[in-house]
Structure formats: structure tokens, C-alpha cells
Design a protein around this ligand. Structure first.
Ligand SMILES: Cc1ncc(COP(=O)(O)O)c(C=O)c1O
Length: 410
């Protein structure tokens, strides 16, 4: 694309982009002109279905996180689906069987959970540690049994559990570990990227995540056989792209789905990946600025508790989780309404204690009516606000201070 064409597209982008400075959004717009041009180019070339840029993105992503293999899919949910369907697949050595148990934190996303059920495994919920928002190692040790064959860890908002301890448990018991890293791309535990500790790591590139391709996801692994299984499952059970010497063109070696990404998403993803380190750094600085601003304010009187990253983690924050302290807790509903009506968009931490969701009742997943006090506390006290990929300015900081420290007046 020459300079004149580039300028023309940039003009169009500025004409059609909307910018609303009246609100502090959960999700900042992180698309650059380069991202849009990269996507537009694939469209102009009429290359919409996955092709060379998807391969390129997979290679660059694998190199970035330090995994042997990466496979792009159309969402983080699809990546989770592939991970669990790989574990029960007949092509897999030591495949799991119907009813095998999978531990999962009670503070999780919907599609962290449902692929476990959809693949015929039995989810067993484990409470979290409210200090990290992540699965509690202590609770795992209490609840793990011989029936447990896999642990689904969910790295919440950029944070993680103690990965040394988690790895020790899965290694000693020779059970599988899946890491739902959809909210934590770029976080490193002892310099190793989250998502690369287990058998599969999954990532999301939905609009609000550390990098975005609009829609999209990635699944990584280090085992060639695992890679071949997820590769075939991604597209119809076909061997296209993995079996180099096959004479037969339409050869279906496995069962399958169609979870293919679009080439447009891959082009945007490639372009965004180049800025992931910068995004991570800016978000971390913005987070500290907001926390410091609140804590140093005259109005600050310990209204909130913030979540720190676990020891040994270099976090890539997704949002800024905030817990309302006890004296103000009764005002939570009114306070969140006030924030959302006045500048600051908020949302629950993931979706709160997932056991409270109607779908749990529908599938009778909590027959014993078990309680998960720490997840419940996060649901009762918690909410989160965005942390943006561009440096936060003074005016926004002042505005956040003014609105967030209104809870005592509400
Ligand atoms: C922890 C977690 N897992 C999975 C997903 C699903 O990702 P996607 O929206 O790309 O399907 C999300 C989405 O936000 C998530 O937060």
C-alpha cells in the first residue's frame, strides 16, 4: 500500500471512529491505524478465510509465549472447548473417560466451565483465595481425590495462583493441567508465561482483552500429538495442514468442529501483538497511578481493598479489581449505579461466584448446595474498572478520584 492510499484509509478511519471522552470505559479502544489497515488489506485482497497470516500469527504468538505450538481459533471459548475435547479424544494416549473429575475455581467464566461438561467430564468446584482471586491451593489439597484427572486453572484479570504449587500437584498425581489464560496474556510467573505451564493454555483476543483481534483466540501446547489433535478438531476432523504426505485431499481423520478464525482477525492480531509489551507496561503504570491517587487523597479512608499480584508474578493486568470495605458495603448497589451514571463504567469480577448462576441450577451442578465463601465475598464486595492502554491524563485521574471517593456521601 503506498503513502497516498494509506493516507486515504487513515482519513476514512478518523471519519468513522467515534470517541467518547465523557465516559471512563471498561475497555479502551486499542486499535491503531496500522491494525485497521492490516485488516483492511486482507479484505481488499479478498483473503477472508484463514491463510498465511493466520500461520504467521500462530508462529509469532508461540514464540512470544515460549510454546512449541500455537493454533488460532475464533474465540477463547473455542480454545477451551478444543482443550477438553482433546483430552477425551480417541487419538490421545491416556485419554480421559466419561465422568472423570475436573477441578475448577468457583470464580470462573461461563466457557471455562461448560467445555468440561460438554466433553462428559465432571466439574468439581474449588473455592478461590480472595487475596489473589485465583484457585486456592489449600482447597485443592483438601478436595482432590483419586477421581480427579484434570485441573482447569483460571488466571483471573492478569493474576495467578502459586504456579510452583499447582504444577507440583499435577505432576505428582500425573493429572492434566489446562490454563484458561484468556484474561492474562503477557503475565509471567518466574519469567515463564502463564498458559505454558500446563498441557494446554488458552487465550482470548476479544475486544476487551490484553490484545484484540475483534474476535479470536489461541491455544498453545508443547506436545506434537496434542497439536495434531487440536488441529484436526479445529476444522472438521480434516488432516489438511498436518499430514504432509497424504495423497488423499479430503481425508477426515478425526471428529471435529469448525472453529476457524478469519484471516482479517489474524492480520489484526499480528499487528497488535507487536504492541503487547507496551500495552502491558502502560496498563501497569496507569493502575499504580489510580491506586496512588486514591490512597493519597484527603478523602481516602480505607474505603477499598485492592488486589496485589501473587509473589513471583510479573502481571499483565486486564482491569483494576476493587473490593469495597465493610463499613461501606451496604451502599454497593447505589454506589455502582452512581458510578455507571456518572463517568465510570464498572462490571463484576468475572461473573462473581459462578455457583449463583441460573445455568448451574439448570444442569444441577451443585446438588449438595455447597458454599464457596471466598468467591462469595468477591461477588459481594467486588467490582472492577478498566485500565487503559494509553497513558492516563491528570483530568481523568482527578475525575476518577472525585467519583470513586464518593461512596461515603452516597
Ligand atoms: C476467563 C475467561 N475464559 C474464557 C473467556 C472466553 O473468551 P471469548 O470471549 O474469546 O470466547 C473469557 C472471556 O472474557 C474469560 O474471561
Amino acid at each position: 500500500m503506498n503513502l497516498k492510499e494509506k493516507k486515504f484509509i487513515e482519513k476514512l478511519i478518523s471519519k468513522y471512529s467515534k470517541s467518547d471522552k465523557q465516559k471512563y470505559f471498561l475497555t479502551p479502544d486499542s486499535f491503531s491505524n496500522e491494525d485497521i489497515i492490516a485488516g483492511a488489506k486482507t479484505l481488499l485482497k479478498k483473503q477472508i478465510t484463514m491463510s498465511v497470516l493466520t500461520k504467521k500469527f500462530e508462529k509469532e504468538f508461540a514464540r512470544y509465549v515460549g510454546a512449541k505450538y500455537a493454533l488460532m481459533v475464533n474465540s477463547g471459548s473455542s480454545a477451551n472447548l478444543l482443550a477438553f475435547f482433546a483430552l477425551i479424544n480417541p487419538m490421545k494416549n491416556k485419554k480421559l473417560k466419561y465422568g472423570d473429575e475436573c477441578l475448577i475455581p468457583s470464580l470462573c467464566w461461563s466457557t471455562s466451565l461448560w467445555p468440561i461438561v460438554q466433553s462428559g467430564l465432571k466439574p468439581k468446584f474449588i473455592d478461590i483465595d480472595k487475596k489473589t482471586l485465583n484457585i486456592s491451593i489449600e482447597q485443592i489439597k483438601k478436595k482432590i481425590t483419586k477421581k480427579t484427572k484434570v485441573i482447569m486453572a483460571v488466571h483471573v484479570l492478569g493474576n495467578s495462583t502459586n504456579m510452583d504449587e499447582l504444577k507440583k500437584i499435577t505432576k505428582n498425581r500425573k493429572i492434566y493441567l489446562i490454563e484458561d489464560t484468556c484474561e492474562s496474556l503477557g503475565s509471567r510467573y518466574k519469567k515463564k508465561y502463564l498458559g505454558t505451564f500446563g498441557d494446554f493454555g488458552t487465550y482470548s483476543f476479544y475486544y476487551s482483552h490484553q490484545i484484540t483481534s475483534g474476535e479470536g483466540g489461541m491455544i498453545v501446547c508443547n506436545d506434537k500429538k496434542n497439536y495434531e489433535i487440536i488441529h484436526s478438531l479445529r476444522a472438521h476432523g480434516w488432516d489438511r495442514g498436518i499430514k504432509k504426505n497424504s495423497n488423499k485431499k479430503f481425508n477426515f481423520i478425526n471428529s471435529g468442529f469448525n472453529l476457524r478464525p478469519s484471516e482479517i482477525s489474524a492480520a489484526i492480531g499480528c499487528s497488535q501483538l507487536k504492541r503487547l509489551n507496551r500495552f502491558k507496561k502502560t496498563r501497569s503504570i496507569n493502575r499504580m497511578k489510580i491506586i496512588n491517587k486514591l490512597k493519597k487523597s484527603k478523602k481516602w479512608s480505607n474505603q477499598f481493598t485492592f488486589i496485589d499480584s501473587i509473589k513471583n508474578l510479573d502481571p499483565s493486568w486486564f482491569g483494576l479489581p476493587i473490593l469495597i470495605n465493610k463499613p461501606y458495603l451496604k451502599k454497593k448497589k447505589r454506589f455502582l449505579k452512581y458510578l455507571n451514571d456518572n463517568f465510570i463504567e464498572t462490571r463484576p469480577i468475572i461473573s462473581g461466584n459462578f455457583l449463583n448462576q441460573p445455568s448451574i441450577k439448570l444442569y444441577k451442578l451443585n446438588r449438595n448446595k455447597e458454599n464457596f465463601p471466598q468467591s462469595q465475598e468477591i461477588e459481594d464486595r467486588g467490582f472492577f474498572i478498566g485500565i487503559h492502554v494509553n497513558p492516563i491524563n491528570k483530568e481523568t485521574l482527578n475525575n476518577l478520584e472525585k467519583k470513586l471517593l464518593k461512596i461515603d456521601e452516597i
